[in-house]
Design a protein around this ligand. Structure first.
Ligand code: KIV
Ligand code: NA
Length: 275
């Protein structure tokens, strides 16, 4: 199908079409998601979802590049967004541009980074270099230590007003869209109404211009507790483990591989190897 573009997303938002984004971290997940979503995010959630870390803070630009390259090889039609990991957009504008530009050179269409007013300088520097930026406000996982855990943000009047102000500053700085994560639905709806760029919500209620969920959460691939904001559409973990266990049983009872899953020798060669 047609490639999704930044102006295309803005037109869809203005036409009232809800935007959909999910994550992909490798070629398999990218091929599954690409034909049906509008945006694919190579999220720094790769750290906890795929790499076994407790949070996203240990994720490096090298790790992100590795996963982005795998996704980009699929040549997605969906808009491909790459997440700037912790410390990749904090140190200097030069470092930030090199990291963000490196994502574009590896096939990303845009980058995403967390934070509000404090990030405006870096966002402006990226946009100035033709690197499209998606903002990310609210429960920003890279702030886990500062927030004292993964807690819903913007529940106090001053926090809510600051979030609205941050949203407008990010739009003003040139962001083409904003992820709103872990905030009250009314606050996300208010931000969405007053912005011209689209908002993409996760745990931010139905009043956003679109929604994002982690691929592995939608498909039930994560064992154990699922947060309130996730709706799971498949029991992926159980389905895949059950299928794998049937293969293991077939190996153990000698029914795999069958003749049709095996190769034979040409006529006459059998005698040669038997002698
Ligand atoms: O890393 C990620 O998956 C994200 C989305 C949940 C927005 O940032
Ligand atoms: Na992220």
């Amino acid at each position: 199908g047609e490639r999704v573009t930044l102006p295309g997303l803005q037109r869809w938002k203005e036409g009232g079409r809800r935007l959909v984004m999910t994550t992909a971290y490798d070629a398999v997940t990218a091929r599954i998601a690409d034909p049906i979503v509008d945006m694919i995010l190579v999220g720094d959630s790769v750290g906890n979802v795929c790499l076994g870390f407790d949070n996203t803070l240990p994720v490096s630009i090298a790790m992100m590049n590795h996963h982005l390259e795998a996704v980009a090889r699929v040549k997605p039609r969906a808009l491909l967004v790459a997440d700037m990991p912790f410390l990749s957009f904090h140190l200097s504008t030069e470092d930030t541009i090199r990291n963000g530009g490196g994502f574009l050179q590896r096939g990303a269409d845009a980058v995403k980074l967390e934070g509000g007013a404090k990030r405006v300088e870096m966002i402006r520097a990226l946009v100035e270099c033709e690197i499209p930026v998606m903002g990310h406000l609210g429960l920003t996982p890279q702030s886990v230590n500062a927030m004292g855990g993964f807690k819903v943000q913007g529940r106090k009047a001053d926090d809510a007003l600051r979030l609205l102000d941050d949203a407008h500053r990010l739009q003003e700085a040139g962001c083409f869209a904003l992820v709103l994560e872990g905030i009250p639905a009314e606050l996300a709806a208010r931000a969405t109404e007053t912005l011209t760029i689209p908002t993409v919500g996760i745990g931010a209620g139905p009043g956003c211009s679109g929604q994002v969920l982690v691929f592995h959460d939608v498909l039930g691939l994560i064992e154990g507790h699922v947060p309130r904001f996730v709706r799971t559409y498949a029991d992926g973990f159980r389905v895949l483990q059950e299928a794998l266990s049937r293969w293991v049983a077939d190996v153990r009872d000698g029914t795999f591989p069958a003749p049709q899953e095996s190769y034979g020798l040409p006529e006459g060669i059998g005698e040669t190897i038997a002698n």
